[in-house]
Design a protein around this ligand. Structure first.
Ligand code: UD1
Length: 421
């Protein structure tokens, strides 16, 4: 098991360019299946989840290479399979994104129930009911989900909940349906807009992403090749800002869309940070100790992102006053809490609510990442804590951050990685 070894007490300063967004790259890699030719993607982050998606595409017959300029070049012309490899598909939740594009390209798809971080039940009922509204016949056999959709037709689909993944899956399938599809109560996360932009580069006709109503005019697409740049990662940006904030640091991040991190910035300001935004840039200067952040309540975008809950939990453990954290999106996303408690954090939790009383400082010890963002939170806590914190399970953190240790080191953190502890 790999671990981050963090020596706390060093103030982060300097500049960092934020990588491309994992949550945009994963559905866009799936959407490549729709293209019968070549795709060039810029700013695709180098992450374990991305490697797994590429492995699934390879198993389906596609090939890819990383060009010298860092761009990812995919040849989708040779993709012929519609049955997803079971082992890798089980490892990442995003394998479910393949359903829509496989249906669009081949009219059929076979997959298993997807895996991913254990942060709740994460059912896929909204994905499946959306696809079935498009006329896809779905049955389950020996743990496999078998979909047939050679005659998909446009539909008016109202999502019970604005699920990001279900919205994106339906968008990708609907491009091949006859007629027009509307997704109502669609997720408004910025990553849906990046997917829309990519689908339109492929020659599809999608509009409305970023609002609650998305319109997809189906009936085919024209482009045999596509070039697209993945949008900046708003969660990586938020995580780096939290890392700087907990150390009383001062950082400038480039490749950020300030509007995408609006709710994160608002909470950092509440904690006493001075923040200055410009075109594609955010600068943060934090006080020696953060002031009270009263409430963190996760909601679908543009509300406070569930992916930023764990990093703010870490901040609240050493901020002044008391912070109430309400996790509305995933029911099991406080696994970092008991680990932070081992470092001296003081909090109580009941169901989806945690109440954290800030202490002067934490103490370094051995902790274990239980999920991706929780692992980032433990690393952030280690930057502040007295002494040395060992964060086991760095592989989980690799799922969503490109060498987080190196990024933090570049800002002055004392952090190393050990491969087999
Ligand atoms: C995406 C993000 C993830 C983020 C989450 C919420 C990607 C690759 N991942 O995950 O980082 O934390 O959005 O912003 O983009 N739900 C159902 N039925 C479904 C689908 C979802 O009940 O069919 C529930 C989930 O269990 C969860 C809630 O809806 O409670 C939100 O899930 P969803 O928006 O779908 O998140 P993901 O797309 O899985």
């Amino acid at each position: 098991m790999a671990a981050f070894i963090v020596e706390g007490g060093y103030r982060l300063t300097g500049e960092q360019r934020v990588s491309g967004a994992k949550n945009a790259a994963l559905p866009i890699l799936a959407a490549c299946l729709i293209c019968p030719g070549q795709v060039r993607l810029y700013d695709c982050p180098k992450l374990r989840d991305v490697e797994n998606m590429l492995a699934i595409l390879t198993a389906l017959g596609a090939s890819w290479r990383q060009d010298e300029d860092g761009a990812l070049f995919l040849d989708m012309s040779t993709a012929t399979g519609h049955t997803m490899p079971q082992r890798i598909s089980k490892e990442i939740r995003s394998s479910i994104f393949m359903l829509g594009p496989l249906l669009a390209r081949f009219g059929r798809a076979v997959c298993t129930y997807p895996g991913g971080c254990e942060i709740g039940n994460r059912p896929i009922d909204l994905h499946l009911s959306g696809l079935s509204a498009l006329g896809v016949r779905i049955r389950e056999e020996s743990g496999l989900i078998l979909c047939e959709g050679d005659a998909m037709r446009g539909a008016d689909i109202h999502l019970d909940y604005p699920s990001v993944g279900a919205t994106e899956n339906i968008m990708m399938a609907a491009v091949a349906a006859s007629g027009v599809t509307y997704i109502r109560n669609a997720a408004r996360e910025p990553e849906t807009e990046d997917l829309q932009a990519f689908l339109n580069v492929l020659g599809c006709d999608v509009s409305g992403a970023g609002t609650s109503n998305i319109r997809i005019a189906g009936g085919g697409w024209r482009a045999r090749s596509a070039v697209h740049s993945i949008m900046p990662d708003r969660i990586v940006a938020g995580t780096l800002l939290c890392a700087a904030a907990i150390t009383g640091g001062e950082v400038r991040l480039s490749n950020v869309v300030p509007q995408h991190v609006g709710s994160t910035l608002s909470k950092l300001r509440e904690g006493g940070c001075a923040i200055d935004c410009g075109e594609g840039m955010v600068r943060l200067s934090a006080p020696p100790r953060l002031s009270e952040i009263k409430l963190i309540e996760t909601l679908p975008y543009p509300g406070f992102p569930t992916d930023m809950q764990a990093p703010f939990f870490a901040l609240a453990t050493v901020a002044e006053g008391t912070c109430v954290v309400v996790e509305n999106v995933f029911e099991n996303r406080f696994k970092h809490g008991p680990e932070l408690m081992r470092m001296g954090a003081v909090y109580t939790q009941k169901d989806r609510t945690a109440v954290i009383r800030g202490v002067e400082n934490l103490t370094g010890t051995q902790v274990t990442a239980r999920d991706l963002r929780g692992g980032a939170a433990l690393t952030i806590a280690g930057l502040k804590a007295r002494g040395v914190t060992t964060v086991y399970g760095a592989e989980l953190i690799d799922r969503g951050y490109e060498a987080l240790d190196a990024q933090l080191r570049a800002l002055g953190a004392h952090i190393t990685r050990e491969e087999s502890l």
